[in-house]
Design a binder for this molecule. Sequence first.
Ligand SMILES: [Zn+2]
Length: 110
Amino acid sequence: MLTDCPACKKKISDKADECNHCGFKVSADDAESILRKKKLAQYMRHQSLQTQSFIAVLVFITGFGFMYWGFPEVGSTQHSIAMLVCVIGFVWYIINRVRILLTKRNKMFN
Ligand SMILES: [Zn+2]
């Protein structure tokens, strides 16, 4: 039977003690591997938050750019959409910055 390595996601035997690709200890749920899993999860979370805040900035710039250089008529649907996109991007960015700050704070306690 083949299973996915929790660390590198490559196919490994479920009878193997550790991954022959990255050396991740699969069967042993010792303190070290739990800590490694936790650190990996934290890292993935941080990466995804950074990607999300990057997309949020792009969304904001798109809305902002359209509003200022697209010259939609104030009160028109295009203007409302541009403004909405702008607000969504801005709020999403702020939320992600706060979440990144919170994960950083959590790291200090761990
Ligand atoms: Zn692996």
